[in-house]
Structures are given as structure tokens and as C-alpha cells.
Design a protein around this ligand. Sequence first.
Ligand code: ATP
Length: 307
Amino acid sequence: MSGFGVQVRDLTVRYGSETALDRVSLDINPGTITGLLGRNGSGKTTLLSVLAAFRRPTSGSVLVDGEDPWENPRVMAGIGLVREGGDWLDDRISASIDYLAGSRPHFDRDLAERLLDTFKLNPRAKRTALSRGQKSAMSASLGIAARTELTMLDEVYLGMDAPSRYAFYDALLADYLEHPRTIVLSSHLIDEIDRLFEDVVILQDGTVLLAEGADELRSRGTTVTGPAEKAAAFAVGRDVVGRQELGPTLRLTLFGDPRPGDVAQARELGVDLGPVDLQDLFVHLTAEPTDRAQRGTGSDRKSEVPR
Ligand SMILES: Nc1ncnc2c1ncn2[C@@H]1O[C@H](COP(=O)(O)OP(=O)(O)OP(=O)(O)O)[C@@H](O)[C@H]1O
């Protein structure tokens, strides 16, 4: 099993007069973990719903493993979309396990039970009796154990506490490494899971703002850390998109390609250069001009003397 690839071409989805996706074209590489990012209402859930054949495009096309997924039993058996709360039966968890065992050829019942145990969930519990975080943990467990060739997890962690979320990320990564497949994770908590992303797609207002490798995206920025005035000196004339103070130490996130003399300048000033957080880049790239003005950062306000 290596995972389904996805080709989306000129995809438009309208809800009445509302255009949720506007001529979106992108590829999702088979056997990779893609982070699907975007602000509220940018079209993430709509895109995933079309890929999962829950919804038909208004126009344009979607191919999953080379075929239209709509009413396509072979392709649909290899697709799993888990949404917040899940679309599971309001019965015992074990009923959803039985359903997956019958509908998803690679479903691993032992793994499902082990993951449920990690989250202290009893398969005999009724889904309706679970808390919001427990419902999410159940969905995450079953979504991983289904081992679908295209596994899509749409903000599935919502309501889970931090230890549960980290247990979920670890379990997902461990199972992905053992059983490579195509995974799409839509998320707002980017700094928690960006280590998992190999590719990143950012949607904005129903269009593709960016689709590229996570490392390529990270290389579009730098962090500079050091004594406040030295870090500030390095940042003069650059696009400062994030700022953190730790006592006398200042860490600035800078957007823009590295410059030839950067390493020498950093050495001279006694500051450290490091990789950039995707979270900072995401916030910067998707910010409205008014957001930037409020934060006092970004390309609308090139840093002469960062605060
Ligand atoms: N059933 C619907 N009827 C009408 N408009 C809808 C419907 N579902 C989504 N929309 C609209 O389509 C756009 C995209 O919504 P979508 O849920 O795909 O975004 P999202 O990126 O998943 O958002 P969020 O991060 O808030 O979950 C939004 O403007 C939303 O208001």
C-alpha cells in the first residue's frame, strides 16, 4: 500500500450564491503527509468533502488514484474522511469498528483497540455518552486504524487535551511510517503538527494561495535569536513576521529568501539563525492588511527598528 494520489483541476464548488472553492487546481502526492491550512471559511472542509465524494463539484474535476471518486466503490473503499466529532453511528464504539471492518479492506482491528485503550475509551461505550474530546479521540483512533489509501483528518483533534493530541500525532506518525499512505491533515494548530507535514497547501478565500513542500516553505524565512539589540540590528530592513521575547533574548521571525551575507552578519553580531515556524509564515501569508497593521509586523511595515 503506497497511497492514492489526487489531482484537482479547476474545481469550483458553490453553495447557492456562495462560492466556497473557485477554480482550485492542485496535486496531492501519493504516500505523503500534506498539511491543508487556511483561515476559517477558506474552503478546507469543502475540498475534503469533494475528495471523499461526499459532495459533487459545481464544475471542474477531481481524480483520486486516477479516477473520479463519485459513486466509485473501488476508490471510495480506499478513502477515509474523519471530521470533528466524526460521522459515526450513534451506537457503541464497537459498532463503528464493525462497520469499518466491513467497509475498509486495510482496517486493523487490533490497532483500533490499542488506540482506544491509549485514550482510555471502552469499545462498549456509546458514542452519545462520550465527551467532545473523547469523540474526537475515538474518531482519530478509527481514522488511523482504517488505514485508507487516502486518509483525511479534518481538524479531528478539536476538544482533545494536549496529552491526547500529542498521543494522536505520535500514533499517526508511527503507523504512517510502518504503512505509508496519503494523509491530509487540516489544522489550525500548526505549530503542534508541522513536523509531520511533507507538503503544505494553503487555501485562502476558496483559492490556492500556495502548494509546495514543507521544507521549501520553511526556507522562505529565518529566525534570528540573540541579545535584543543585536537581533533587532540583524532585522533592519527585513520583513519581521513574528516576535518573541525571552528575558533579554529576542527571537524574530523574518520572511524572505536568505541573503548571501547573512551568515557572516549573524556571526559578527553574535546572533543565531534558525529555521522558521510554519505557524508564523501561515499567519503572515494569510493575514489581511488590517491584521498586519494591528500586529505591527509584516511587509506593510518593514522593520527599521523592530519594537
Ligand atoms: N452548507 C453550506 N451552505 C452554505 N455555505 C457554506 C456551506 N458550507 C460551507 N459554506 C461556505 O463555504 C465557505 C467555505 O467553507 P468551508 O467549511 O469549506 O471552510 P473551512 O476552511 O473548512 O472553514 P473552517 O476552518 O472554519 O472549518 C465558507 O464561506 C462557508 O460559509
